[in-house]
Design a protein around this ligand. Structure first.
Ligand code: KIV
Length: 275
């Protein structure tokens, strides 16, 4: 019998696409091995998001993130997991120039990480690129609404679709990425009535982040939902308070070291016993 017989099958982009209107799709971001391994049995997708630029590297936006960083963290998450579909974010500057540039870099991402899909930001303006990639074997998760890589042209991170005058453009974005072949679309920071309309109209699953329970699935930044972000966005629910837990543990360690209570006998190597 094959050694793969008992391994759970890894989810694919078509599996996610087929979940439209069905059981909610569960997704989280992930950038490193320990947390990827813990999340893998519980989620459908792990996104190596370019949010790592802010969360791991401390930048003020995702703009400085490089393709090499995405590939490094993508390799880590793909090799630490067995079940979840691993999706890698295309960073700013790696895909906007032309469909050919996007394909060259996306092909590198898939070859070098072992992940099976990429994500890129943009609706109608990226439709030609999404079609070019999907027709050539690169599954694409689209991302519309608040697109953080446009922070400098938008002038900040702003909720989209609060004014119904904005709705037609965002609905057209959703329709364009679905028509171009994206297997699902992230709706970020979109007012609930609009997220509901898009989810009802769009033939591919919508994955919400700050876009209400109307979406076909949800994604959060893992560090946000674990309580590590000192200023989490309003749409985050914290399922743990790791910041205070980590601080408590570090203070306890520091106290033990200063009191010579750590290391104790069980943490210490002895010499070999002679007969
Ligand atoms: O970079 C990221 O983590 C993302 C999610 C917030 C969807 O794009």
């Amino acid at each position: 019998m094959s050694s793969h017989a008992n391994r759970p099958r890894r989810r694919t982009a078509p599996d996610i696409r087929a979940r439209k209107g069905g059981e909610p799709i569960v997704a989280l971001t992930s950038y490193h091995a320990h947390t990827a391994r813990l999340a893998d049995p519980h989620v459908d997708m792990l996104l190596v998001g370019d949010s790592l630029g802010m969360v791991l590297y401390g930048h003020g936006s995702t703009i400085p993130v490089t393709l090499e960083q995405m590939i490094t963290h993508g390799q880590v998450v793909a090799s630490a997991t067995r079940q979840a579909l691993v999706v890698i974010d295309m960073p700013f500057g790696a895909y906007e120039e032309s469909p050919q540039q996007a394909f060259r870099n996306a092909a590198r991402v898939l070859k070098e990480t072992g992940a099976a899909a990429v994500k890129l930001e943009g609706g109608e303006r990226m439709a030609e690129t999404i079609r070019f990639l999907t027709e050539r074997g690169v599954p694409v998760m689209a991302h519309i609404g608040l697109t953080p890589q446009l922070v400098n042209t938008l002038g900040g991170f702003k909720v989209q679709g609060r004014d119904p005058a904005q709705w037609a453009a965002i609905e057209a974005d959703a329709a364009a990425v679905a028509e171009a072949g994206a297997f699902c679309v992230v709706l970020e920071a979109i007012a609930e009535p609009l997220a509901k309309r898009i989810t009802a109209q769009c033939p591919i699953p919508t994955i919400g982040i700050g876009a209400s329970a109307a979406c076909d699935g949800q994604i959060l930044v893992m560090e946000d939902m674990l309580g590590l972000n000192p200023r989490p966005p309003r749409f985050v629910k914290e399922y743990a308070s790791l910041a205070s837990e980590i601080e408590r543990a570090i203070a306890a360690y520091a106290g033990d070291v200063r009191a010579r209570a750590f290391p104790a006998a069980e943490h210490t190597y002895e010499t070999k016993k002679r007969d």
